[in-house]
Each structure stands twice: as structure tokens, then as C-alpha cells.
Design a protein around this ligand. Structure first.
Ligand code: CTP
Length: 397
């Protein structure tokens, strides 16, 4: 619930502005007070009347509106909220925020505020992927701005890819996580999850078996304690957790790039089942059957993401956690893996066929750190995730 929480909502100019109307309604249903600010471009997509009718209050539009200055100065307006949220955050607004431009009400409020700021980017996929926007995104994150979305999918402009604004319920989950005082509030945590797919040709790939359930449950446990979670996921079966900033990748190399882009973080949890090898020189064209026999695949080694992050000299997270799913000699293999990878903790489990872990709802894990091996009792996987999140909170306190 958001009872009594005050949200300053800046609506930028993009087709996703229509979702902001639903966002206002849902925020108010949860007891939040919403003060809306509409940019000039935003007004081209939603009307001031519909915004103020849904918010149940005046919509602020103009920096030089003297009535507003008399009632509430723009500096004061920027300070009254518990959270400033920009939805949709256009490429233009992000660029202004990055460089500190203040030439209209929205950008002036964003420069003047001392309140935490969250943005929900929405733009054409090429604009999102442009080096300038990605640079701005990195700067904004470093400045402490929370980012929710964007999601991948069909876009209003007819293209496909990342750029769709996060859904109102996803934004609300992030707001609730942010405004809920938990032991991980204000802490940025990275979680890798799911398998990676390494292409053989455009239609075939090699991969590890992984549903992404473990990583997703851990991310949920962290979000529930107030963490800001960057969730880098391969093509998983389960939906990503609401309230996380989701980065979708296919290959181990893409996962490594996304992990580097997410740094710095306080903790990194590497739950992904990364393929150890990729096909060297994957074919650009579909391999065809031929009378010369079956194709011969050459493999190349993939980067070991956990090992690489564990050995970073700059930006190494305070806490690096890896996983070891073993089928035999679990303790010996897991302890050896802990040493080899250079991480702080290893969460190990037995995934041999008789253990019932693969596809089952319970898990028996052990936590390995510098103090030795700690055996946890058998419990539902969601409880393993919750307990791990609590341990992480204690370690980062
Ligand atoms: N991992 C990673 N990058 C890789 C391989 C693994 O980040 N290229 C991480 C996994 O996310 C997991 C841990 O390393 O947290 C252990 O993964 P696992 O596949 O069990 O380890 P391997 O290094 O492949 O060891 P082995 O082949 O001996 O089992």
C-alpha cells in the first residue's frame, strides 16, 4: 500500500503517456497522492483535463504560470513528494536530466529536487539502443536515478525490441519496493538468471537446462526487502519478477556485457546457467543437410562471468555469490568451485536424478563461505530464496 505517500508524476511526450493515466488511477487506488506535471510534448498525447480528473488535483504545466508560483513555487513543488517519477521518460527528457538542462517546468523540477527520482523510459527501439541514450542511462544510474523498464515487444511505431514503457503494475511494484523501508532499501543488487542460448545457425542453438525459477525467486526475495534489482536474464521459461529492472540477453557474451553495464552494485548473485561453450564461427545461414555427412561443430570457450566479476579490481561488488549445481561429490566439488571462482559465497545443491530438485518445489542447499559449509534444511524453493535474501541483507548491513 502507498497510503499517504506523495508522488510527483512527470508525464513526458510519448505514445506511452496513455499508460500514465492508468498509473495515476492505480496509484490513487493504493492510497497515494499524485501531483501530475505535464510537459508540452506530453500534452500532445493526453489532455490536461483527463490527467487532472484522474489525479483529482490540478495538473502543473508551465514554469512561468504565476498562479502556480503564488500557490506553490517550483522549488517547493519539487520537494513535497516522497518520490518523483518520470513516465514516460523520453530520450529527450533523459538527455536533459543527464546534462542538467532546466528550460521548462519538468526539467527544472528534476534539477531542483532533493527527492529520489525514478524513470520509466519509453521510446523507439533505435533511440533506446543509440549510444547517446545508453550513455545517458549509465550517467543517470550513477547519479542515483532508479530505472524501471523498458520492456521488449511490438512498438507503436511498428518495430520490435526494447523501448516499450513498463506496465503500470510493474512501475507500482518498483515504487512500493522503493518506498517500503526494508533492510535492502537503497541497495542495488544484480541477479543473473535463466539459461543462455548459443547459436549454431539462425535456427539452432545449444543451451543448458534452466527454467530461471531459482534466479527469479531470489530476485523477488530481494525486492521484498526493498532492494533495487537489476535482473539480467537469458531466455527463461518463467516470467521475470515484477519490480526488477529486466535486461534480456541471449548469449553468454551478451550476458557479460549486460553485467558490466549494470555495475556498480552492492551485491551480484549469479544464478544463471551459463553455457560454458559457444559454437565458434556460428553460421549466418541455416545449415542444410548434405550428402557429405553431418556438420562438424567447433566450440570456443565462453567468458566465465562469475569468475570475471569476482576478480574485478575496480567496481567489484561487496558480495559476490555463485551457485553450484552438482550431481556427485557435492561438498568437494562446491568447495573447489568456490576457490576457483573467487566469489564470497557458493550456494550448492545436489541435482542428481534421485534428489528430485530439478523440476521439484523443494531444495536442500548448503552455503559455502570462508567459515566453512553450512547445511540448510530441506525447504520450499521460495523459502530458500527468502532466507538467502535475508542473509544478503545481514551481510550488507
Ligand atoms: N557461471 C558464470 N559464467 C559461466 C559459467 C558459470 O557466471 N560461463 C556461474 C554460474 O552462474 C554459477 C557458477 O558460475 O553461479 C557455477 O556454474 P557451473 O556451471 O556449475 O560452473 P562451471 O564453471 O561450469 O563448473 P563445472 O563445469 O566444473 O561444473
Amino acid at each position: 500500500m502507498l497510503t499517504g505517500k506523495h508522488i510527483l508524476l512527470i508525464i513526458g511526450g510519448g505514445i506511452a503517456a496513455f499508460k500514465s493515466l492508468d498509473l495515476i488511477r492505480r496509484l490513487r487506488e493504493r492510497g497515494a497522492v499524485v501531483t501530475p506535471v505535464l510537459t508540452n510534448a506530453g500534452e500532445a498525447f493526453v489532455t490536461p483535463l483527463s490527467v487532472s480528473a484522474l489525479a483529482g488535483r490540478k495538473v502543473f504545466r508551465d514554469l512561468f504560470d504565476l498562479t502556480d508560483e503564488a500557490e506553490m513555487g517550483h522549488i517547493q513543488l519539487s520537494r513535497v513528494a516522497d518520490l518523483v517519477i518520470v513516465a514516460p521518460a523520453t530520450a529527450d527528457l533523459m538527455a536533459k536530466m543527464t546534462s542538467g538542462v532546466a528550460n521548462d517546468l519538468a526539467s527544472t523540477l528534476l534539477l531542483a529536487t532533493d527527492t529520489p527520482v525514478m524513470i520509466a523510459p519509453a521510446m523507439n527501439v533505435r533511440m533506446w539502443q543509440h549510444a547517446a541514450t545508453q550513455r545517458n542511462l549509465e550517467t543517470l544510474r550513477r547519479d542515483g536515478t532508479q530505472v524501471v523498464g523498458p520492456n521488449e515487444g511490438d512498438m507503436a511505431c511498428g518495430e520490435f525490441g526494447p523501448g516499450r514503457m513498463a506496465e503500470p503494475m510493474e512501475i507500482i511494484a518498483s515504487i512500493e519496493a522503493h518506498l517500503t523501508d526494508g533492510p535492502l532499501s537503497g541497495k542495488r543488487i544484480l541477479v543473473t538468471s535463466g539459461p543462455t542460448h548459443e547459436p549454431i545457425d539462425p535456427v539452432r542453438y545449444i543451451a543448458n537446462r534452466s527454467s530461471g525459477a531459482q534466479g527469479t525467486a531470489i530476485a523477488r526475495g530481494l525486492i521484498a526487502l526493498g532492494a533495487e534489482v537489476i535482473f539480467v536474464t537469458g531466455p527463461a521459461e518463467v516470467s521475470p519478477p515484477e519490480g526488477a529492472q529486466v535486461v534480456s540477453v541471449q548469449t553468454a557474451q551478451e550476458m557479460l556485457t549486460a553485467v558490466h553495464a549494470a555495475l556498480p552494485v552492492e551485491a551480484g548473485i549469479f544464478a544463471a546457467a551459463v553455457a560454458d561453450w559457444r559454437v565458434a564461427g556460428a553460421s549466418e545461414r541455416k545449415l542444410k543437410k548434405s550428402k557429405d555427412g553431418v556438420p562438424r561443430l567447433e566450440f570456443a570457450e565462453n567468458p566465465d562471468i562469475l569468475k570475471e566479476v569476482s576478480h574485478l579490481e575496480e567496481n567489484r561488488p561487496k558480495l559476490v555469490i555463485g551457485f553450484a549445481a552438482e550431481t556427485n561429490d557435492v561438498v568437494d566439488n562446491a568447495v573447489a568451485k568456490w576457490k576457483r571462482k573467487g566469489c564470497d559465497w557458493i550456494v550448492a545443491n545436489d541435482v542428481s536424478t534421485g534428489s528430485g530438485v530439478m523440476g521439484g518445489s523443494e531444495n536442500t542447499v548448503m552455503l559455502i563461505d570462508k567459515n566453512g559449509v553450512e547445511n540448510w534444511p530441506t525447504m520450499p524453493k521460495t523459502d530458500v530464496a527468502r532466507r538467502l535474501a535475508e542473509r544478503i541483507a545481514q551481510a550488507l548491513a
